[in-house]
Design a protein around this ligand. Structure first.
Ligand code: FMN
Length: 397
């Protein structure tokens, strides 16, 4: 609950994306933040202050000259935990970079020491202009954080260049990260694998498994929210990509092995939540195999064991998953922990209802190198992810 009880000032400047800031104000408020909205005069042309007042339940500031609120901008510069500027117009960025204070929002930003997160939004040519890029560089050097802009449709039509404001949920995820305090994962690089892999029999047929990728995606999102730089190696899934995470898409186990081998060089934590296929056809046909009557016998060979073959060039907390189907899972998981020199094994039972593949919940046991296994109840995968990261944080020095 990163927003509960936190104080956020939401500065809104005059771009067409102002309408999305209403959603942002609403979501931050729903998540428990006290949200004070400050509008430029141009922003108030796009969305009337009363809209934000109704969404946040707080008075909105639009001018330095409001009666009875003479020094409100100074209070709002100093008190809030975070200032978000969304949208940040080219004009607002230019004024802030110059240190101007000619309206209530720029005066507030000039008086602020605490973190500022800006979501630039403008026409793609305005964004690519050297003047705008120089202003962004100046503000970044002063410690401002940025999210976006994204590439995609602009008000004036389609575009394949950056300019579109990031979506409210992406801005909120970036804001949550800036509000995190005291996580040992902040600033660390976390590599997460997720989803199934596919091994081709021929161009149109594969051996795979029903892994949805949900556990790995939940871990990636939770690590990002704790301030980590997250590199996600994902097999094919239909899930939306977690926000703020750098994604490497792969298809086969060998491709996953190569991607992990390259990324582990920068990893502080490696979490292997993927379900790679253990076998692949010994020979894959380059053309579609014709259907024939009778049976088909395939010769399979083992795919690479990614953890067993992994070179670890630097200290790294390594978490593996063990999916067992009944039996003495804890003993098998402990053996895996030792054989593969892991820091943790996350054991789950493929046969248990509500756990394992294709579902939004999981029941796992966290087994570390020392201490008793931690048996968790059936939880949403995002809650399981938080518990796993709590254990990882304990192991990080
Ligand atoms: C319909 C319309 C849409 C606009 N959209 C944007 C925009 O997305 N980004 C931007 O930088 N400026 C945009 N502008 C121009 C700004 O409103 C203008 O530069 C204004 O001076 C910004 O003032 P402010 O930064 O103080 O809010 C738009 C103007 C109009 C009339």
């Amino acid at each position: 609950m990163p927003f509960a009880g936190r104080h956020v000032v939401l500065g809104v400047s005059g771009g067409i994306a102002c309408y999305k800031s209403c959603t942002l104000a609403r979501r931050l408020t729903e998540d428990g933040a006290v949200v004070d909205v400050v509008l430029t005069a141009s922003a108030a042309e796009f969305v009337r202050p009363v809209t934000f007042e109704a969404l946040t339940g707080r008075p909105v500031l639009t001018s330095l000259w409001e009666r009875d609120r003479a020094l409100a901008h100074i209070g709002l510069a100093k008190q809030p935990d975070l200032a978000i500027v969304a949208p940040a117009t080219a004009h607002l960025l230019a004024r802030a970079a110059l240190g101007m204070a000619d309206d209530v929002l720029t005066a507030l930003l000039l008086a602020r020491y605490g973190p500022v997160l800006a979501a630039p939004a403008m026409n793609d040519t305005m964004y690519a202009h050297p003047a705008t890029l120089a202003n962004l560089k100046t503000l970044a050097a002063r410690g401002w954080h940025f999210i976006g802009p994204d590439t995609g449709a602009l008000a004036e039509g389609p575009s394949d260049r950056p300019g579109r404001m990031s979506e409210p949920e992406a801005i909120q995820a970036a804001a949550a990260r800036l509000l995190v305090t005291g996580s040992r994962l902040t600033g660390k690089t976390v590599v997460v694998t997720a989803g199934p892999t596919r091994e081709h029999l021929d161009p149109v047929r594969v051996i795979t498994n029903p892994s949805s990728g949900r556990m790995g995606y939940a871990l990636a999102a939770a690590a990002y929210a704790r301030g980590a730089d997250v590199l996600l190696v994902t097999g094919p899934t239909d899930l939306p990509l977690p926000l703020g995470v750098t994604t490497h898409r792969i298809e086969t186990t060998a491709e996953m092995q190569r991607a992990v081998g390259a990324l582990v060089k920068q990893a502080d934590v490696l979490i292997m939540a993927a379900a790679p296929a253990d076998y692949r056809p010994a020979t894959a046909s380059p053309t579609k195999r014709p259907r024939a009557s009778g049976t088909l016998t395939l010769e399979l060979e083992a795919t690479p064991d990614i953890l067993a073959t992994l070179q670890r060039p630097r200290p790294c907390v390594v978490v593996g998953f063990a999916l067992e189907a009944g039996g003495d899972g804890v003993a098998k998981a402990r053996k895996k922990l030792q054989d593969k020199a892991l820091d943790f094994v996350i054991l789950n039972d493929a046969l248990e209802p509500g756990a394992g593949f294709e579902v939004a919940t999981n029941r796992v046991t966290i087994i570390g190198k020392g201490g008793e296994p931690i048996e968790l109840p059936l939880l949403a995968k995002r809650d399981v992810a938080e518990k796993i990261l709590d254990a990882v944080e304990q192991a990080l020095t």
